[in-house]
Write a protein that binds this ligand. Structure first.
Ligand SMILES: [Ca+2]
Ligand SMILES: [Ca+2]
Length: 302
């Protein structure tokens, strides 16, 4: 073989080796990406399994509560942390029946639940807002496109950027109210002095409010005065409330709200904060009904 041929073979071999190396590197990067994707999918599945485990534990905790009241000093309300083989689960159970059901204000065929509407309006006032804001909420939920005096329908929302339409149906989630005119972020999230509306309202209950667990501002919204609320809170530190006690505190207010007041809850939510062994985190709220058995009725990421 002459030198020219040898040079050609060497050049061909080098080019071949370089090409093969490039291909190998490309394949290696592809495998790494695939592996990362598979690891991510396994992590996601692991986190979902931890959430399901947490919810199942919460269901057992609530099933074990068989007394005729629900009160914040009961075991179901204690925060729990579990270390399991797939990671860590932090559990908190909240009482949805301690909140105001916004969907309940408007009943079938557009009929207004006046008792609940009164509570809703007074709640807005206690939070330092105008009670007229409720008109916007009712317009958002009601089927028609006729705005109430202080309300807003699609004509208003179509002029926003980005524009959208009024839902004209029951709220899917309490967070949906951020789309409604007047329900600004500060109203929803609150501040050091005032609780945020999002912590006080729900869309999943039968509209009955558990007076043993509701926030003090909801007691104010029912019509109890501030000194009366303080007395009720002191009593709730000692034990669950009773009808006779509330009649003594303020007979008229208790009777005015009696149809909506309960001492035992039918609806709860479980907040599961999970962390897989590889560090993936997930936080979600799962809604539970305890009206007959304890069953899952919905959920959302937080
Ligand atoms: Ca109980
Ligand atoms: Ca409407």
């Amino acid at each position: 073989m002459n030198d020219q041929k040898k040079g050609f073979v060497l050049l061909f071999t080098l080019t071949f080796i370089l090409g093969l190396t490039a291909l190998t590197l490309q394949f290696h990067r592809y495998c790494q990406r695939r592996l990362a994707r598979i690891r991510w999918q396994i992590d996601q599945a692991q986190a979902a399994m931890l959430v399901r485990t947490g919810v199942a534990i919460a269901q057992e905790i609530l099933k074990a509560d068989k007394n005729n009241y629900d009160w914040l000093a009961e075991p179901w309300h204690q925060e729990r942390i579990f270390q399991v083989s797939g990671g860590e689960i932090k559990l908190n159970i909240e009482d949805e029946s301690g909140k105001i059901n916004l969907n309940g204000i408007l009943q079938a065929e557009g009929k207004v639940n006046t008792q609940l509407k009164d509570i809703g309006e007074r709640l807005l006032v206690v939070l330092g807002l105008s009670h007229n804001l409720l008109d916007c909420l009712l317009d958002w939920i009601d089927e028609d496109e006729f705005p109430r005096v202080f309300g807003a329908e699609s004509t208003y929302y179509r002029n926003l950027t980005p524009s959208y339409m009024a839902a004209n149906q029951a709220l899917f989630s309490a967070r949906e109210i951020s789309l409604i005119k007047g329900f600004e972020k500060s109203v929803l999230e609150g501040n050091e002095e005032k609780p945020g509306l999002l912590n006080l309202v729900t869309v999943v209950t039968d509209s009955k409010i558990n007076i043993n667990t509701c926030h003090p501002v909801i007691l104010r919204a029912m019509g109890f005065t501030e000194p009366e609320v303080n007395e009720i809170l002191a009593q709730r530190e000692i034990g669950p409330l009773e009808e006779a006690y509330l009649m003594r505190i303020n007979r008229n207010v208790f009777l005015a709200n009696r149809g909506l007041t309960v001492f035992r809850s039918g609806y709860f939510s479980v907040i599961t904060e999970v962390k897989t062994v590889s560090g993936l985190t997930d936080k979600r709220r799962t809604f539970l009904s305890k009206t007959e058995e304890v069953r899952v009725i919905g959920g959302e990421p937080i």
